[in-house]
Design a protein around this ligand. Structure first.
Ligand SMILES: [Zn+2]
Length: 90
């Protein structure tokens, strides 16, 4: 979807909210940040939101990907176990 094509309906009418460093929601954002807290650090992840104008499908990606390294140690997050069905693309 971040390449401009909807994975659900193949529309190319994709819009991205323009995330901005700052506090709270901005005009182009929806749930614009995630706070990661480990024993030692606190990291803010900003979200880029993509919306398909045709079918309404939404995808979100972390904008500052350097912060993703904290995810495995962050409080309140657990790794999703791979299942047989998810390996088949379900
Ligand atoms: Zn779509």
């Amino acid at each position: 979807m971040n390449h401009g094509v909807c994975p659900k309906c193949q529309s190319t009418e994709i819009y991205r909210g323009l995330s901005a460093d700052g506090e709270g929601l901005t005009a182009g954002s929806y749930i614009s940040l995630i706070e990661l807290i480990t024993g030692k650090t606190q990291t803010t992840l900003w979200l880029n939101t993509y919306v398909c104008q045709l079918c309404g499908y939404i995808e979100m990606y972390i904008a500052n990907q350097d912060g993703l390294a904290q995810l495995s140690q962050a409080e309140g997050w657990e790794r999703v176990t791979t299942t047989h069905n998810s390996l088949l693309g379900d």
